[in-house]
Design a protein around this ligand. Sequence first.
Ligand code: DNO
Length: 409
Amino acid sequence: MERTWRWFGRKDKITLAMLREIGVEGIVTALHDVPNGEIWTREKIRDLREYIESFGMRWSVVESLPVCESIKYGGADRDQLIENYKQSLRNLSAEGIHTICYNFMPVLDWARTDLDHPNPNGTTNLYFSYAEFAYFDIYIVGREGAREEWASFKVPGLDIDRDILAEVDALRAEMTPEGEHKLVETIIVKTQGFVSGNIREDDEHPIELFRQLLSLYDGITKDQLRENMRYFLSAIMPVCEECGMNMCVHPDDPPFPVLGLPRIVTSAEDIEWFLNAVDNPHNGLTFCAGSLSAGAQNDVVEMARRFAPRTHFVHLRSCHIFPNGDFTEASHLGGRADIIELARIFEKTNPDLPMRVDHGMTMLGDGDKGYNAGYSFLGRMFAMGQVQGILATVDRELGIPYKITGFYE
Ligand code: DNO
């Protein structure tokens, strides 16, 4: 697979010169300064592409070309927004970029409740606690019906009885205003703004804004959301065919419904659904092993075998699920995802498939640098080194040449 790295543009504290030193071949990025819904112009795309190329790398994948909420919930202006999306696709293709990662998660992109959860070795990782998430839902957002929903909650994919409300009440007894503030920052600010999400670091009233966003989905069922995804994909496919554009939806992270919102890319059945709904090779998947492995219902290796032919982009990371269902990010050599086996599957299918390591530990001073949540430098570099070793070994087994960059051969 092509070794790529998610880079957040010229403002990223991690520079392209640094990435060249660690064996990165391709860059995954976006025009982060263009508001969601506006057309990405050729000039802006070219400017960034040429900057990347001046460091000897290529712009391999766009992550993300955001799909506006109105397209997701089926608002009155969705056709105009889809037209803009198509024009951005044409412009990207004209500049030689042919792989687009996007998501179809309503309101909230990825979700975590703790960004600095300690590992036994002193590093930290991202963490998701159902009880803290339920606390946020019930007591901070104050969503109507939330308490009743959590009362009958079952951890997806695990046959356990977990009394979430009892845990939420225990949290309530000891919660402080600082604790609540931290949950808001984690769930809807720090994990969202930098991924072109709805809420930015400088929004003054994030909770009010968040409630308004949730209300856009009143009455939108899973079936309706699926129909809206089908509508969007059907509308853009002719342009994708015309300009050789591969669309690859990112699975929902975590892969289950949250905050009363439907989520439709959570399991093998969901993936099968959207691939068949618009059965075109340009309609594909970002195989995010991390998001999929956070769901106990998912057999990640089996899914990779099944969906490799329609996978256009791979995120390598792995999750550990605790007995109560909470999850954290595991080592890239451990956890539920089996990255070694995934590397074999994807190398066999297509050795040129772009792949990036996803999320890394915060280690050895990463925490003081102000990196985006989950996107440390040393932690991700460590994971990238591990994955490069896996790829070189798997390639040797398969008789595929492994390209070393940056050294005399
Ligand atoms: C989080 C990321 C996601 C992903 C988007 C794609 O770390 O994996 O934010 O980029 O969902 O649209």
